[in-house]
Design a protein. Structure first.
Lengths: 258, 68
């Protein structure tokens, strides 16, 4: 039987008290439907009803706007949850459960992992740092040519100059990698955990995500600021994004079979 | 230090690409029969990476909300 409606799941939240605080305002979910929290023993599933056909159209991917709309709505609800409680585990974009019973089963069967995961991100937010080359071209020191000495062949002089340029570029890259690594160490020391960033496989020198306690954010940001100037002297650029919900610091897979 | 800060921190502006980078392929995954298998959603998760390129060209996309 094809089901027409499902329950979109944004996040799992943890409560200190038995009563769940209401999510800020009347925030609307992915289908412009009301967001609700289904509770079970100190855990809550933040959900809203969703029309499966409409969601399928989004997921179809033919229209990027629909997809970015989904991502924005998903993010907005997770942020609202972050405002309401200290412990929030964001779910993967597009997670749809069969209904309220499924949500309760999920909270019940995975209570252990969920509680552990929530404890890890308690009162923490995520920040992202990337370090890459500055946009302006890097001047090569060995570019100064000097009038080619007449007793050295033009070809030899050319080759020597090329070699110097290559050596210089290699030294520069090695120095930049060292500086980026030092920055990562300094920043990690102020964070609870670090994780590879979304584009860590790309050509950037560093792309990491950091889980930072709210109480340590000032220290974290001071370190980031200090590192920024060091990096610029080396022709590098540090970019900071955040604060984010702890998207990168959640348990990976939670399986529930009825 | 403050003058460095301005170039490091992008003063609360979060681009759509930053958001998609952060949201897509992250977050806890649930599997099993309590999850509705939306046709092709796994495939789309892969395609999202390609879509990012298209989105990146959308001018002036800004998202509020991730600011303290």
């Amino acid at each position: 039987m094809t089901q027409q409606r499902g329950l979109y799941l944004y996040a799992v939240v943890g409560f200190d008290t038995s009563a769940s605080p209401a999510l800020a305002g009347d925030i609307l979910g992915v289908d412009d439907t009301a967001v609700a929290t289904i509770e079970q023993d100190g855990l809550g599933a933040v959900v809203s009803e969703v029309d499966l056909e409409q969601l399928a159209a989004v997921v179809d991917g033919a229209e990027p706007d629909l997809l970015t709309g989904l991502a924005q709505r998903h993010h907005a609800v997770v942020l609202a949850a972050m405002d309401a409680v200290d412990r929030v585990l964001p779910l993967r974009l597009g997670t749809v459960l069969t209904g309220p019973d499924a949500a309760r089963q999920f909270l019940d069967r995975r209570a252990g992992e969920l509680s552990d995961g929530l404890r890890e991100v308690d009162a923490c937010r995520e920040w992202g740092i990337t370090i890459g080359q500055t946009d302006d071209a890097i001047p090569t020191a060995a570019a100064a040519e000097g009038g080619a000495g007449s007793d050295v062949g033009v070809g030899t002089a050319y080759l020597r100059r090329r070699r110097e340029q290559i050596d210089e570029a290699q030294r520069r890259r090695a120095a930049q990698a060292d500086v980026a690594a030092a920055v990562a160490d300094a920043v990690r020391a102020t964070a609870v955990r670090a994780a590879p960033g979304p584009r860590s496989a790309g050509g950037v020198l560093l792309d990491e995500s950091y889980l930072v306690r709210r109480g340590s954010e000032d220290r974290f940001l001071t370190v980031v600021d200090d590192c920024g100037s060091q990096l610029r002297e080396r022709g590098l650029r540090l970019r900071l994004t955040g604060p984010w919900p702890p998207y990168s610091f959640v348990p990976s897979t939670l399986r529930v079979v009825t | 230090m403050n003058d460095h800060g301005t170039s490091v921190r992008h003063a609360g502006t979060t681009s759509l690409v930053d958001l998609l980078d952060r949201v897509i392929d992250r977050g806890a995954v649930i599997s099993g029969d309590i999850v509705i298998a939306l046709a092709g959603i796994d495939l789309i998760r892969l395609d999202l990476r390609l879509l990012l390129t298209a989105v990146e060209t959308v001018p002036g996309t800004r998202i509020g909300g991730s600011e303290t």
